[in-house]
Design a protein around this ligand. Structure first.
Ligand code: NAI
Length: 397
């Protein structure tokens, strides 16, 4: 099969397996260059097949020599379908991580379901005994209702007033004006149900009930705070409400873990990066492109791997933790520097649509988005037939 990029509404509908392998191995090579640190032994990552969950997995498997279990929702190749990038990330991570000599296990299916929780707890009991870190890194568009099973969908909307902004249509390489409409009360509640913290809490409660949490266990989830330019659409909108719920659940989980295990539940406000989930959010492509441009110029740009490596080494397991008045770890402090925020806002306001595409930051944005789906890697021949029959035989372990 010859595989060319296919993008719909800023979401890749395919992936190039050999390019994804390259993308994955680049992150692993990057992780190997960092010194090792004393971290967790047994990590469960919920949402570890792409974006922040994947870079957390790589940072801990290589940086802390940890065993990892990953739960993700991905689909494999079938007929004309190439399989998702996350599917191939799982497969190629397993292949590479054999060199660590540790246990790395993948569960592919719905993390919201009780059957997944049962299977994962049973596996932990049988193999590792306990987990000492749980990373909750899901980004989902829907979650089945606990009682009826009906799919509840999240929406990305403002609250109160509509907001105007710009986004990039990645496939057409065009800037588009956008207007984001206010959510109804039901849409707000549904987004909290899907992207808030209740499923994180369900996971911890279930693993506690099954006695698979280690003494001093930690759990962490990722929020986004952002600045003025993203406020109306993100933090002040439906997603922001869901993140407030996630952050409030962290307090409840923390109480339980500290009392029972001398453990802790953490929230890290992470920086804006290019992932499947973030490129889909209106305004984010323009913001991230301008932010990258400013951060590169100011020598404070970090790759997604560097960001998560620093989070765990310095702020979760190290003694350089920066927290705010809501007790959130502020690993995003470089993005949030007033000077960086001001320069990004100015750039967003003043750059013409045409000029936006010539910025270093925008080139970086495009490059990362294509590369994480397996495209635009220099040493891959995209005219060459990909042997999907052979690749289809590879299954998650
Ligand atoms: P992503 O789209 O790259 O990864 C999402 C992960 O969730 C994937 O592994 C996917 O398979 C998994 N997933 C989705 N639905 C699932 C289900 N039903 N069952 C099992 N797995 C499922 O997203 P990204 O950006 O890495 O987001 C992860 C978290 O980080 C989110 O909570 C997001 O809000 C947060 N975050 C992201 C930032 C960004 O700029 N990308 C910034 C700050 C926080």
């Amino acid at each position: 099969m010859i595989i060319k990029p296919s993008i719909r509404s800023n979401v890749f509908t395919n992936a190039h397996p050999l390019g994804v392998e390259k993308f994955l191995s680049n992150q692993v090579e990057e992780a190997k260059k960092h010194p090792s640190f004393k971290g967790p032994k047994n990590v469960l990552i919920i949402g570890g097949s792409s974006g922040y969950g994947l870079s957390s997995r790589i940072a801990l498997a290589y940086g802390a020599n940890a065993n990892t279990i990953n739960v993700s929702f991905e689909s494999g190749p079938k007929g004309k379908r190439t399989g998702t990038a996350g599917w191939w990330n799982n497969i190629f991570f397993q292949n590479l991580a054999k060199e660590t000599g540790n246990i790395h296990k993948d569960f592919v299916g719905d993390a919201f379901s009780s059957s997944m929780k049962t299977d994962v707890a049973a596996y932990i009991k049988k193999t590792l005994g306990h987990v000492d870190l749980i990373i909750y890194s899901l980004a989902a568009g829907g979650r089945p209702d606990r009682e009826t099973g009906e799919l509840v969908r999240s929406s990305i909307k403002t609250i109160g007033e509509s907001a105007k902004g710009k986004t990039i249509d990645v496939a057409k390489r065009q800037v588009k004006d956008l207007s984001v409409e206010p959510a109804t009360q039901q849409e707000i509640e549904d987004t909290i149900y899907v992207m808030g913290g209740s499923d994180w809490q369900d996971w911890v409660d279930y693993l506690d009930k099954e006695s698979v949490l280690a003494q001093n266990v930690k759990t962490i989830s990722y929020t986004y705070v952002g600045g003025e330019t993203t406020e109306k659409i993100y933090r002040g909108g439906t997603l922001g409400r869901a993140k407030e719920d996630l952050e409030s659940k962290a307090f409840e989980i923390n109480k339980k873990l500290s009392e029972r295990y001398n453990g802790e539940a953490l929230i890290s406000s992470s920086k804006a990066v290019v992932t499947k989930a973030s490129v889909f959010i209106p305004q984010m492509p323009v913001y991230v492109s301008c932010l990258f441009d400013v951060m590169i110029k100011n020598n404070v740009h970090e790759t997604i791997l560097e960001h998560k490596y620093r989070l765990f080494k310095d702020m979760v397991y190290g003694d350089k933790r920066i927290v705010d008045d809501k007790n959130r770890i502020r690993i995003d402090h470089r993005e949030m520097e007033p000077d960086i925020q001001d320069k990004t806002a100015q750039l967003m306001q003043n750059v013409s649509d045409e000029k936006l595409f010539s910025l270093k930051g925008t080139k970086q944005f495009f490059n990362e988005f294509y590369q994480m789906n397996g495209f635009e890697h220099e040493d891959i021949d995209y005219e060459k037939d990909v042997d999907m029959d052979a690749l289809t035989k590879l299954k998650p372990e």
